[in-house]
Design a protein around this ligand. Sequence first.
Ligand code: NAD
Length: 257
Amino acid sequence: MRLADKIVLITGSGSGIGRSSALLFAKEGAFVVVNDLNADKGNETVEEINALGGRASFVYADVTDPDSVQSMVSETLAAHGRIDVLFNNAGISGVGALHEVEPDDWDRVIRVNIRGVYLPSKYVLPHMMERASGTIINMSSCIAEMGLANRASYAATKGAVLALTKSMQVDYAKYNIRVNALLPGTIMTPFVENYLRTSYEDPEAAIASLKSRQLSNELGRPEDVAKAALFLASDESSFMMGSPLYIDGGVVFGKNA
Ligand code: NAD
């Protein structure tokens, strides 16, 4: 049990990588507090965990809304007395080259993907500081390290999350709090399926093109990222601080040509 009796809060865990991580963390002994904007999907994650004999509960919050996030954190603390791991996973996609992105769409992506990391961290950190213990995992993306076509708003947010992670680590190391970032490549989740549908006329050709930029023959699976998240959440990664962890099939450091 790599997370025995840890209390873990995962934002956006009603789907994709968040759900997969919630299932794996629960299997490794954590009590998982599942958060999502979509209560039905969040509750489905909890039911899946319970059906496998794990422990979990759902707490609604929109990670962009301070009141909602504060209630989520205080409800969790009231129920469990502590939060050992905060996984800031919730995020949305943004497509288009910069001149094509409408201001409202730009703001929406920035709001969810950056404010959605800032707010849960802001309200969980004082409690972790008081206990002088805790781990935060921030969801960035390999797009933070490379140029990709038509993802201007999304790239801006994931670069910001990586920079924020390093800065947070410096501020909170003295409280024995670790802050690291995940940088996945293309992982087949509802998020990517939606991106493929909205950005390409031929999704099969799009999948082939996504594969062609990586070294692996397969696109990533949510479980691949969940395993990396488990490592960052556990004490096994105790010497990792302010670091990016790549799960990308060789996109960033490989060259498939
Ligand atoms: P997903 O769409 O399957 O899941 C994201 C979840 O976040 C959804 O359940 C959604 O309801 C929830 N959510 C969205 N806005 C929210 C809000 N304001 N408050 C609370 N919950 C909210 O997506 P996914 O592919 O599992 O992505 C999870 C994270 O991983 C995102 O931050 C994404 O940017 C990042 N990521 C994904 C990939 C990929 O290829 N799938 C690659 C790199 C990074």
